[in-house]
Design a protein around this ligand. Structure first.
Ligand SMILES: [Zn+2]
Length: 258
C-alpha cells in the first residue's frame, strides 16, 4: 500500500497486506452497487467515481418506469454492467421475518414467470443482463431453480464463497460500506477495514488467494462520509470486472464437455 494511503488503511490493513505481498499476492476485489432505478445526481456521482478510478462496476437495477433512461445513461460509460435486481424490489415477508421478495409459499412457476417478465423488461429497455441480484440478498430455493433455467448465467447475494450451481456461477459481495440498523449510514472505516482484514486473513490461511471479495454500495443511501471513504478505498484498491471473475460459466463448461 502506498505511503499516501490514509492512516487507518495502513494501520488496519498494512500488516496483512505485507503478508500477502510476501507471498506474491494481492486481494481480488469487485464492486456491486444496488437499487438503481433512474438517472440522478447520486448515480452521476457513482459513475464519476468508477470512471476516475478506472473501477469496473456492476449496477443492480430495478425494472420500473425509468429503466430505459437508466440504461441509456449507463451505456455511455466504459465499464458498467447492468444486473437484474429482483422483480419489483417489494418486500413480501411477513412482519418480523426480515426482508425478501420471494416467500416460501410462492410456486416455482410463479417465480419463473416473474423472472422471465423482468428479464424481458430489461431487454425492452435495451440491456442484456446476465447477472441476478436478489433484493436484500435474500435467496430462496425457488429463485435458485428459476435462475438455473433462465438465460442468466450468474447470481450475486452476500457473504458466501464463489461457486457454481448447475446453470449459473455465484459471486457474492462481502463488504457493505453501509450499516442498516436505524437507517442506512456509513459503517465506519474501522469496522469496514477490520472486516476486510478478517476476510483477507481467512483467504491467506486457507491459501485461497484468488477468492474474490465483493464491495457493496447503495448510491441512493450514501452520506458524505460514505462518499469520502469510497473515494479513498478505490484509490488504494483496484477492482476487477464481475464478468472476469465468473468466466467459468457452468453452461460453457457443459457445452465444451458435451
Ligand atoms: Zn436492493
Amino acid at each position: 500500500m502506498r505511503i499516501t494511503a490514509p492512516l487507518a488503511f495502513r494501520l488496519i490493513l498494512g500488516p496483512e497486506l505485507r503478508l500477502w505481498a510476501k507471498a506474491g499476492h494481492g486481494p481480488v476485489l469487485w464492486w456491486r452497487d444496488d437499487d438503481a432505478r433512474a438517472p440522478n445526481e447520486a448515480l452521476d456521482k457513482l459513475l464519476e467515481l468508477s470512471r476516475r478510478h478506472g473501477a469496473p462496476l456492476t449496477l443492480a437495477a430495478i425494472a420500473g418506469p425509468h429503466l430505459a433512461a437508466l440504461v441509456r445513461r449507463v451505456e455511455v460509460e466504459p465499464a458498467i454492467e447492468i444486473a437484474v435486481h429482483g422483480f419489483k424490489h417489494i418486500n413480501r415477508q411477513p412482519a418480523g421475518r426480515g426482508f425478501g421478495e420471494v416467500v416460501p409459499e410462492d410456486s416455482l412457476e410463479w417465480v419463473r414467470a416473474q423472472l422471465r417478465a423482468t428479464v424481458m423488461a430489461f431487454h425492452k429497455a435495451g440491456a442484456k443482463p446476465t447477472l441476478f441480484v436478489p433484493p436484500w440478498n435474500h435467496l430462496t430455493s425457488q429463485l435458485i431453480a428459476a435462475i438455473d433455467d433462465s438465460c442468466l448465467t450468474a447470481m450475486s447475494a452476500f457473504g458466501e464463497a464463489r461457486g457454481s450451481g448447475e446453470g449459473f456461477v455465484r459471486l457474492d459481495t462481502h463488504l457493505d460500506v453501509l450499516r442498516w440498523k436505524g437507517g442506512g449510514r456509513f459503517r465506519g472505516r474501522w469496522r469496514f477495514l477490520s472486516r476486510m482484514r478478517r476476510l483477507m486473513a481467512q483467504r491467506r490461511i486457507s491459501g485461497q488467494w484468488d477468492e474474490p471479495m465483493g464491495l457493496l454500495t447503495h448510491h441512493m443511501d450514501h452520506d458524505a462520509a460514505t462518499w469520502t471513504f469510497l473515494d479513498q478505498f478505490l484509490a488504494v484498491f483496484p477492482t476487477r470486472a464481475r464478468q472476469d471473475l465468473t468466466k467459468t460459466s457452468p453452461r460453457a463448461a457443459r457445452a465444451l464437455s458435451a
